[in-house]
Design a protein around this ligand. Structure first.
Ligand code: BG6
Length: 505
């Protein structure tokens, strides 16, 4: 791989300690970083290089050093540097420029640089402008890439404004908008399941699919992120970005080549096919909820309004469920159901494709259930894997049918840990591969799709926010969204193969 300097803005923040430094250290241990590599942390706090190394690496409690010898730790620690800067002050970026020049000479990094914005979103326009003021966007000597964390915008107008501001200084192919769901192995595996097998794709359309469900549940509450979360809510925090990206992987057409441009243009096509939501759709097909204090496993947990940084009268949703359609040749009239929430019974994310029933119910009278329930479950996390539910004859007399799950677990495929999402995405960016990053257009289309919901919630105060007890599967009203004639939400457990009946929570 080409040499480079990795610059983290917001280096003393939570994301850097929790995700970025651990991911880069893992890349180092796997021998995947280039030989000539240095990392420069930048933020307002005053640190020496030594103090920075100690803070984000050696004493970082998100890192476990089991089995890592001192020489591995010191070798990595020596590559970390720090520069304190007033990030609002353009003239201060001269310090970054001269530090980069010195590191470039020391490490022979050929001028290649990644700038990672792990700062509050209010700086996403300022930092690129200040970098440009010092020529740091210029690719005359080496490449320059800009990674932008979510949230990319607050609504359609702000996402557009941010895109056009950043594009004043960086070209689209220099911009990497990160969505960590795209870095998850299992989200990528959806593409392999669909496009590397002959068996699924012929069924993957309106002729055979009854409906699609996507669930991303978390058992934790908002913790100490109440201040941020209260301005965001579940729709902005999870659905507009992560879950719509998952929808794109489930529903997009096969790209002509496995390249960033081909994937991105299929996604844009898919986002353009989402049926726009009318005000009636928002009222009938979108349910929002907020968790309330409850006893969870013998322990009383706070309601959302009691969380730190959350106003007592907050109407921010911590749960959202939505039904919508994809108006194209493949998916016409197939309902898609998507839901996400905090303080649900367990942490789990999965996609469930429910197939239509056979045209004639031959075994109805003898069967112990009405029909086989053919579902393909693509488990994103945990117990990553895939399960196909099929009907089988119960041995013995007659033709009683039982649903059985044929399951595959990722843990059977490899002894190594499934690489963390950030590890994969950072490595891709270092290699210049933007396939798993969001394109500016698709981010805008995704905002455009949720905009009617944001508008209706803002302008029509009569649209309810349902309370739901912490530890439950959200407001009951969300159950009524799914056609009662056939099935319900699959309420998954931590284990891929079990649902509803017995859960390890
Ligand atoms: C983040 C959200 O983007 O994703 C968080 O801001 C959420 O609120 C997190 O907890 C979930 O990610 P994961 O990988 O744990 O499913």
């Amino acid at each position: 791989m080409e040499p480079l300097i990795f610059v983290i803005f917001g280096a003393s923040g939570d994301l850097a300690r929790r995700k970025l430094i651990p991911a880069i250290f893992d890349l180092h241990k796997s021998g995947l970083l280039p030989e000539n590599f240095a990392l420069l942390g930048v933020s307002r706090s005053e640190y020496s290089d030594e103090a920075f190394r100690e803070n984000v690496f050696l004493s970082n409690d998100h890192l476990e050093f089991n089995g890592d010898d001192d020489s591995t730790l010191n070798e990595f620690a020596r590559k970390l540097y720090y520069q304190s800067v007033n990030t609002l002050e353009s003239s201060d970026y001269g310090k970054v420029a001269s530090r980069l020049k010195a590191l470039d000479e020391q490490y022979q990094t050929k001028g290649n640089c990644i700038f990672y914005l792990s700062t509050p979103p209010s700086l996403y326009e300022t930092i690129p402008a200040c970098l440009a003021a010092h020529g740091l966007n210029n690719e005359k000597n080496g490449w320059r890439r800009l990674v932008i964390e979510k949230p990319f915008g607050y609504d359609l107008a702000s996402a557009k404004a941010l895109n056009s501001s950043v594009k004043r200084y960086f070209d689209e192919d220099q911009i990497y908008r990160i969505d960590h769901y795209l870095g998850k192995e299992t989200v990528q595996n959806m593409l392999v399941t669909r496009f590397a097998n002959g068996v699924f794709e012929p069924l993957w359309n309106r002729n055979y699919v009854h409906h699609v469900q996507i669930t991303s549940a978390e058992d934790i509450g908002v913790g100490n992120r109440g201040g941020y979360y209260n301005k965001s809510g579940a729709l902005r925090d999870m659905l507009q970005n992560h879950l719509l990206q998952v929808v794109a992987h489930v529903a997009m057409e096969p790209p002509i080549t496995p390249t960033a441009d081909a994937f991105r243009s299929e996604k844009v096509k898919l986002f353009r096919s989402l049926r726009p939501l009318s005000k009636e759709d928002v009222i009938n097909n979108v349910i929002r909820g907020q968790y309330m204090a409850s006893d969870v496993g013998g322990e009383m947990v706070n309601g959302y309004r009691d969380e730190e940084g959350v106003p007592k009268n907050s109407k921010t949703e911590t749960y959202v469920a939505m039904k919508f359609f994809v108006d194209n040749w493949r998916w016409s009239d197939v309902p898609f159901y998507v839901r996400t929430g905090k303080r649900l019974p367990t942490k789990v994310a999965e996609v469930v494709i429910t197939f239509k029933q056979p045209p004639h119910t031959l075994f109805k009278r003898e069967s112990s259930i009405i029909q086989a329930n053919n579902q393909l479950v693509l488990r994103i996390q945990p117990d990553e894997g895939l399960m196909l539910n099929v009907g089988m004859k119960i041995p013995g007399q007659g033709f009683a049918v039982k649903n059985v799950g044929m399951d595959f677990h990722y843990s059977e495929l490899t002894d190594a840990d499934v690489p963390a999402a950030y590890e994969r995405l950072l490595l891709d960016c270092m290699k210049g591969d933007a396939t798993l990053y969001a394109h500016g257009d698709s981010v805008e289309y995704a905002w455009g799709f949720v905009e009617p919901v944001l508008d209706a919630w803002k302008n029509d105060k009569s649209i309810p926010v349902y309370g739901y007890p912490a530890g439950s599967w959200g407001p009951n009203f969300a159950d009524d969204m799914i056609e009662p004639e056939r099935l319900h939400w699959r309420n998954p457990c931590r284990q891929l193969t079990s649902d509803d009946t017995f859960c390890q929570l």
